[in-house]
Write a protein that binds this ligand. Structure first.
Ligand code: ZN
Length: 434
């Protein structure tokens, strides 16, 4: 077998090609149910399908109308570099057959835009901030580059380290001006020796005699085996959309081309809807949200004060013997969170007088959690009572002799639960010995 002719290098804009099948083989893959599914792998004499590699994902598309699942390159038994197309389905062709290969060019073109944009942005970060790209990754929604941060850029050891916004803006501005200059991008296979005198963005580690040089005319030279645009103008917008610390580097997320336009469009809609909802101009959104957030904090504080006052007043009435059933006050609110009940439990347990309390918090899935507790003078032990309830209902939790809590119990067992609490925690039960 000979090397597969890589048509994606001859013309990265080629959408389809006719080819002859050289070899087919079956590939067995374990399905989700555990049963094996059979897939066909095809090697052709030439292909426009780019295989996975060099940080670029493989092309999608069809061969004779059958979906191509993945594409990869390997050395065959004779040491030839062959491209293998894995199809979704069993083999329907044999060696010698003519087949029609067609790639999903929309996805490929986005890859070409992203790859070229990455070259431009990586060089722009070097020129504007001396930040060097140490790795890159192409994702389904955006691309990332990792920039090595040195002392002059700040302390990367800080927990939430971020590059200054102006650093990102400057690199982004330069990258987009390179797009506007519409520089020619040339990709060519050359002898390694020809690299002498060419200033490369990154020193190559490869030992290959032949290397693939990708040059954005007068701006960037780098070695890369991906597919690229013919000119920088086709990259469209290059937009940074986020940054995060990644060990000793900062990972920059960015988008290009239609993906950048779609991102801009989506965010514009979100901003417009939020501004309309708050009845403010888009430029006023941040200030408006800050104002709402401050009001919210102030209201929460007032609400907590009122909440505490209300239940402190209830605690006084309970201390006077009001609302009690066999010494216990039952509270089963529909509109309070479990955390709020715990707050009530704290207030009640510190009250004067002698009473016990049982607080029940139901949830939408048909279960409830509970808190039982007492004042200092109530002659029952909440921890011991809880242990009896836990053993009977098989629930977890715990606490102190003053307040104990746990769950969860099915709501259909509420009556049974109340009866047991009454048996072990009511004033009448005080005479009983544990
Ligand atoms: Zn590249």
């Amino acid at each position: 077998m000979a090397d597969t002719v890589k048509l994606y290098y001859v013309d990265p804009y080629m959408k389809k090609n006719e080819a002859v099948v050289i070899k087919t083989r079956e590939y067995k893959r374990a399905g989700e149910s555990g049963a094996e599914t059979s897939q066909c792998e095809i090697i052709t004499d030439k292909t426009c399908f780019y295989p996975e590699g060099g940080g670029q994902i493989s092309d999608r598309g069809t061969i004779n109308g059958l979906t191509v699942d993945s594409v990869y390159e390997q050395k065959d038994e004779n040491g030839c570099a062959v491209i293998v197309h894995r199809l979704c389905g069993p083999c329907a062709v044999k060696p010698g057959d003519a087949v029609s290969c067609e790639i999903d060019f929309g996805a490929r073109f986005q890859n070409m835009q992203d790859h070229t944009a990455q070259h431009i942005l990586s060089e722009a970060f070097i020129r504007t901030a001396d930040l060097h790209t140490i790795s890159m990754h192409m994702g389904p929604e955006y691309m990332t580059i990792d920039l090595l941060v040195t002392e002059k850029h700040g302390k990367i050891s800080e927990k939430n380290f971020k590059l200054d916004r102006s650093i990102l803006d400057n690199a982004e501005n330069l990258a987009n001006s390179i797009v506007h200059q519409n520089l020619k991008v040339r990709s060519r296979l050359i002898d390694r020796i020809e690299l002498t005198g060419i200033s490369l963005r990154k020193t190559p580690e490869l030992a290959d005699e032949k290397v693939r040089l990708v040059s954005a005319e007068g701006f960037d030279n780098s070695l890369c085996c991906g597919t690229h645009l013919a000119s920088t103008g086709e990259a469209g917008i290059i937009k940074i959309i986020g940054q995060q610390k990644a060990n000793n580097a900062v990972r920059i997320r960015f988008v290009s081309g239609m993906r950048a336009l779609n991102d801009y469009r989506r965010k514009n809609y979100v901003l417009a809807e939020a501004a309309e909802y708050l009845s403010v101009e888009g430029s006023e959104l941040t200030r408006s949200i800050e104002k709402i957030s401050a009001e919210n904090k102030s209201l929460a504080k007032k609400k907590n004060e009122l909440f505490d006052n209300f239940y402190a007043k209830t605690a006084c009435e309970l201390g006077e013997g009001k609302y009690l059933e066999n010494g216990i006050y039952w509270l089963e609110p529909d509109d309070l969170e479990y955390g709020e009940l715990a707050r009530i439990g704290q207030i009640f347990s510190k009250a004067a007088g002698s009473f016990g309390f049982a607080l029940i918090a139901g949830d939408a899935s048909g279960f409830f959690r509970f808190i039982i507790g007492r004042t200092q003078n109530y002659p029952r032990d909440a921890k011991k009572a809880f242990a009896e309830i836990a053993a009977s209902f098989g629930v977890k939790g715990g606490g102190s002799p003053l307040v104990a809590q746990g769950g969860t119990i099915e709501r259909t067992r509420t009556a049974e639960f109340k009866k047991l609490v009454n048996d072990v925690f009511s004033i009448q039960a005080a005479a009983k010995v544990f």
